[in-house]
Design a protein around this ligand. Structure first.
Ligand code: DQA
Length: 147
């Protein structure tokens, strides 16, 4: 069975209460439940992880090799700073779909740079929590599924 990791980075554990006017009122638990339910619809296994720590995210990407077929990654603020996450994605050669709830290109200029984008299959941003569903569909489509 196709298996996908949904990996969330720093401060995404605060979803629902953190700047709801930007990130919405959906909690991380809601997002993870949505991803699991959508995984069932697609007939795939979805595992969700979140960490506030860059090294733990690097570990999760490294550990994904051989276990998952691809990754949906919302690296939060590390998107804009982390060469380590960029290198980890290159290192494991797994397809990664970059995801942001907000439209990072319509926000502060420091959010316009992504170290993930050059090594991702593609990016989905600006669609709120629904973006996770779109990202799963995009990843499964990329892997050769029907979505
Ligand atoms: C975010 C956008 C980032 O710029 C920000 O640092 C986040 C969340 C998003 O989902 O819109 O933490 O990745």
């Amino acid at each position: 069975m196709t298996s996908v990791l949904v990996l969330n980075g720093p401060n995404l554990n605060l979803l629902g209460t953190r700047q709801p006017e930007i990130y919405g009122k959906t909690t991380l638990a809601d997002v993870e439940a949505m991803c699991a339910a959508h995984g069932q619809t697609l007939g795939i296994q979805v595992t969700c992880l979140q960490s506030n720590h860059e090294g733990a995210l690097v570990d999760a990407i490294q550990d994904a090799k051989g276990v998952y077929d691809g990754v949906v990654l919302n690296a939060g603020a590390y998107t804009h700073t982390s060469i380590a996450l960029h290198d980890a994605i290159v290192g494991v050669e797994l397809p990664v779909v970059e995801l942001h709830l907000s439209n990072i290109h319509a926000r502060e200029t420091f959010r316009h740079t992504s170290f993930i984008a050059p090594v991702a299959v593609g990016m989905i941003c600006g669609f709120g929590a629904r973006g996770y569903i779109l990202a799963l569909d995009a990843l499964i489509g990329h892997l050769g599924g029907t979505s």
